[in-house]
Design a protein around this ligand. Structure first.
Ligand code: OOG
Ligand code: NI
Length: 268
């Protein structure tokens, strides 16, 4: 794999673990110091012309990725696509976008205020994907967004970065199943997202997924500092298709629950 692509994912990972300390610990726990193959990395955006799904996709197409699947999450008002690279060591890319035309005027006005602060030149380079937040936002606006769309609130607070990395359990040395991985995580006091059950999916849909609940991160809002759910870590196990190759798509019903890994956990 090229130095540029390698460097991209290293920087993306570096930015991700800064606010996801549990991912760093789990990476060490599961990988025992060896390299871990990632199944995919997920990104979130708004469907505004300057930063929509197609605009962000271009960074990955330029890195040699190809579009493979399209998804729709009606209740969450999201579209998504996934991209694959011919080098299996490179993660698939999952990008979703919030359909703002289906959201309230209030949400649109907060989002537009944020996005209008992105300088054009920030979009010249794929480093945009780990450029974080280009704006200041108040906790009040964060809460207003949260009431309508957890996705919009997360994006306003964290900006552009990996929402999660995903360990490929198929390539993980020493583990045969996703439930073995989940057990080790729980034995080590990590908290799993139990929305829709700890394991989302099944052999029938050829994909099983689990994820941690997002770590909390102290965010510097305009009006105050507050710890809110940041990023999570995901684990995926893929089943072989009739031709023997592993299924590479995503499962909408499971993804719908994975999105909820950035919701505030019970007891908050
Ligand atoms: C993406 C959720 C979907 C998956 O693996 O199904 C997903 C997100 O939370 O932004 O990553
Ligand atoms: Ni995922």
């Amino acid at each position: 794999m090229s130095q540029t692509v390698n460097d991209f994912f290293e920087r993306l990972w570096g930015q991700y673990i800064e606010i996801t300390p549990s991912a760093k610990k789990i990476h060490r726990l599961l990988g025992k110091g060896d390299k871990i193959i990632n199944d995919h990395v997920a990104f979130r955006t708004f469907n505004l012309p300057t930063i929509n799904l197609d605009v962000l996709s271009q960074f990955f197409i330029d890195m040699g990725y190809q579009e493979k699947g399209q998804y729709e999450f009606k209740a969450k008002k999201l579209n998504a696509k996934h991209f694959e690279h011919s080098d299996y060591r490179l993660p698939k890319i999952f990008i979703s976008e919030l359909k703002l035309e289906l959201c309230s005027e209030k949400l649109n006005s907060i989002v537009n205020q944020c996005v209008s602060q992105i300088e054009n030149k920030a979009l010249d380079n794929h480093s945009f994907m780990y450029s974080g937040r280009h704006w200041n936002v108040s906790y009040q606006d964060y809460i207003t967004l949260l009431e309508e769309s957890e996705y919009a609130a997360w994006l306003a607070a964290f900006g552009f970065r990996a929402n999660h990395f995903t360990v490929s359990v198929n390539h993980l040395v020493g583990y045969m199943t996703l439930s073995e991985v989940n057990q080790v995580l729980k034995d080590n006091q990590f908290i799993l997202n139990s929305a829709g059950g700890e394991i989302k999916g099944s052999p029938e849909v050829m994909l099983e997924q689990s994820s941690t609940l997002a770590d909390k991160c102290l965010i510097d809002f305009i009006d105050l500092k507050k710890a809110i759910p940041a990023c999570f870590y995901e684990f995926a196990y893929r089943y072989p298709q009739p031709d023997g190759s592993l299924y590479q798509g995503f499962v909408e019903a499971s993804a719908d629950k994975i999105f909820e890994s950035t919701h505030s956990g019970a007891g908050d």
